[in-house]
Design a protein around this ligand. Structure first.
Ligand code: TYM
Length: 331
């Protein structure tokens, strides 16, 4: 049986990825590269929707690639590349823009949230067409599965709609992908605001666990995390969102069931539990942090790995684009 194709991407908008990225998406990336033909990219073009100092962006793109490798994304098992190294992403995005309704793009909730937060003056057209570029990322590689967190579900739905629309209007070229979302990990919440998703654009970073945080910062963030009334460590998403979020994090990293963790902390206070969660997280993140630092010491090696990835990605992507152009009647 031929291998399934997997594709996913992550934005280099900050120095460090956070625990939501890691548990919701990146751990899946690492697993899926084992038995599938996986393509993973740092979506630097998407990051241009947020104005950033060019030097800072350049560093973040490399830091993103380094973190992915440190986490276990292995360029010898998958194709790891930078989106802007493959021009077909923009080329297909334009084609897809021409079959996307204006209202359809306007209904994307991430666009609505971001444009409302930024106000009309800071909302650029790139933010509006962002999901269409994402659809191009996915469709170019004929992906079967797209491992992501819950916040990307609507973008994957749009990708499916656009792929199907193109197929029925012109020619059956695109494989129609499925989102691969792990329900229990699809939305890791902010430690200070446990009903809101952990996000790189949070107003305060005190509830966001960054992979590259020093251990003492991680410990502090967990110790000051917002918990709920009562003192029982029990999973109850509605009644105890703070404790439930911590239980989810602990369980995902320790491999223990939620029930086993509840039993372990029966009769103990929230304080002990929070320290234990911090300990599990720090043990997971410390090697990632060290390895990222090592990789950043040799940027030339990173760039060389990424250019090998770009070559493989370009081959697949340019084949799809060629078929698309021909189907459209371009000569
Ligand atoms: P980005 O860069 O915001 O996030 C990367 C991945 O992390 C997931 N994620 C979360 N999962 C669980 N809990 C959270 N709190 C949490 N926060 C983030 C995201 O769902 C995502 O999977 N538009 C995409 C990038 C993208 C892409 C693609 C993804 C561009 N092209 C093609 C897949 C396929 C984004 O902004 O992800």
């Amino acid at each position: 049986m031929s291998k399934k194709r997997v594709l996913s991407g992550i934005q280099p908008t900050h120095d460090s990825f956070h625990l939501g990225n890691y548990l919701g998406a990146l751990k899946q990336w690492v697993q899926l590269q084992e038995d599938n033909d996986a393509f993973y990219c740092v979506v630097d073009l998407h990051a241009l929707t947020i104005e950033t100092d060019p030097k800072v962006l350049q560093k973040r793109i490399l830091l993103s690639a380094a973190q992915l490798i440190a986490i276990g994304v292995d360029p010898s098992k998958c194709t790891l590349f930078i989106q802007s190294h493959v021009p077909a992403h923009n080329q297909l995005a334009w084609v897809l823009e021409c079959i996307t309704g204006f209202g359809e793009a306007g209904r994307m909730t991430q666009f609505k949230d971001k444009s409302q937060k930024g106000g009309a003056d800071r909302t650029n057209v790139g933010l509006f067409t962002y999901p269409i570029l994402q659809a191009a990322d996915i469709l170019l590689y004929q992906a079967d599965f797209v491992p992501v967190g819950e916040d990307q579900r609507q973008h994957i739905e749009l990708t499916r709609d656009l792929g199907q629309r193109f197929n029925s209007k012109y020619k059956e070229i695109f494989n129609i992908p499925q989102a691969q979302i792990i329900k229990s990990l699809a939305k890791i919440n902010d430690l200070q605001e446990p009903t809101a998703k952990m996000s790189k654009s949070a107003a305060s970073m005190s509830g966001v666990i960054e992979l590259l945080d020093a251990p003492e910062i991680t410990l502090k963030k967990f110790k000051s995390s917002v918990t709920d009334d009562g003192k029982e460590v029990k999973f109850d998403e509605k009644g105890k969102p703070g404790i439930s979020n911590l239980l989810t994090i602990h369980s995902a990293l320790s491999g223990k069931s939620i029930e086993a963790i509840e039993n372990e902390f029966a009769g103990k206070g929230y304080g002990d539990f929070k320290s234990a969660v911090a300990e599990v997280v720090i043990a997971e993140l410390e090697p990632i942090r060290d390895r990222t630092k090592q990789l950043m010491d040799d940027p030339a090696e990173l760039v060389s790995l990424l250019s090998t990835g770009a070559k493989k990605a370009n081959e697949v992507a340019s084949n799809t684009l060629k078929e698309v152009y021909a189907a459209l009647g371009l000569i």
